[in-house]
Design a protein around this ligand. Structure first.
Ligand SMILES: [Zn+2]
Ligand SMILES: [Zn+2]
Length: 324
């Protein structure tokens, strides 16, 4: 018998289930089941909160896009599919801001595919400044919008766009925020960004980077440690398990939570966010990586007599971390 199976049904760009939508579904499931003893939303909320993290949360969603909130302009890291949702949110906020600073780690598709769907990029009242450690950022971003891939070319998007190549030597300053980059080991290269805010807080975004122990010299480790030094939050590529990163997926350009834990502890980082989740993992497997990362932190601190104060979190779409 011939069967037809749909493996993808959403138009334009993947639009995965978001945290709020999942919560609504779970609350509805609790209340709307036939003969459900759960009569009101309050009781349903109580049960929802008691559910295991990997049941009530969805860790896999949009591809990388992170916003720094609370500055004069919009600061955005990477233009993955999450940028579509962020763009819709920016329009809804109706703030007086019109300048977007977009910092790209690299031009792999998962980090730029949201740009053609970023609504502010079509608005002539927005100025979009794109920063990259790579050469020719304009050309590399425009490439995905040539006519045979997308109906609108980047030059036809009505916002005012400027492109800047950053150098790992030195820094730039925007909204009194000092911004530096560091190259990461990744096919084609990726760049980590460090933001030092006027109030003394700092944030490092380090995704798509591999730190293979077979070739990691003490000098190289110290280079990373210096860049991640005392960060209040380090967003780190923890796509693989340690075994995968070291044995099975060598040179694939990604790392594990264990490497992140070690570098974060050595650098005195306060909070480590595990990021760039493996798409083939189920939520429970991703949650297990997080639990194992905490165990690894405890044993690492015990073995090397380090103060055990690193907080580890699992990044998820819609999650907010306050730097305090
Ligand atoms: Zn990549
Ligand atoms: Zn990636």
């Amino acid at each position: 018998m011939i069967k037809i199976k749909f493996w993808g049904t959403t138009g334009s760009i993947p639009a995965p289930l978001q945290q709020n939508a999942l919560k609504e579904k779970l609350l509805a499931a609790l209340m709307e089941t036939i003969d459900s003893p759960v009569k009101n939303k309050e009781d349903a909320e109580k049960i929802y909160h008691s559910l295991p993290s990997y049941v009530k949360n969805t860790y896999k969603g949009n591809s990388p896009c992170v916003e720094i909130q609370g500055l004069d302009d919009y600061f955005i890291l990477d233009a993955g599919s999450g940028l579509r949702e962020l763009g819709l949110d920016l329009i809804k906020r109706q703030e007086k801001k019109s300048i977007v600073h977009l910092f790209l780690s690299h031009f792999h598709w998962d980090h730029i595919m949201g740009f053609p769907f970023f609504v502010p990029a079509y608005n002539p009242s927005f100025s979009i400044n794109v920063y990259s450690g790579h050469s020719d950022p304009e050309l590399k971003l425009a490439d995905q919008q040539v006519k045979h891939h997308f109906p609108v070319e980047m030059t036809d998007m009505a916002s005012f766009k400027s492109f800047f190549q950053l150098s790992p030597e030195g820094f730039i300053q925007l909204n009194n925020v000092k911004i530096r980059i560091l190259p990461l080991r990744h096919p084609g290269g990726s760049f980590s960004y460090r933001f030092d805010f006027p109030d003394g807080k700092s944030f490092v975004y380090a995704t798509d980077g591999e730190y293979p122990s077979r070739e990691l010299s003490e000098q190289k480790i110290q280079e990373y440690v210096r860049f991640y030094k005392d960060a209040d939050l380090l967003v780190f590529d923890a796509m693989y398990t340690f075994q995968e990163a070291e044995l099975h997926k060598m040179d694939w350009g990604h790392s594990s939570a264990n490497i992140g834990v070690e570098l974060a502890i050595e650098a005195g980082v306060k909070k480590l966010a595990l990021f760039h989740h493996e798409p083939s993992n189920r939520d429970q497997a991703i949650y297990e990586k997080f639990i194992n990362a905490r165990k690894y932190r405890d044993s690492y601190c015990k073995n090397y007599r380090k103060e055990n104060k690193l907080e580890i979190i699992l990044a998820l779409d819609g999650g907010i971390v306050e730097l305090k």
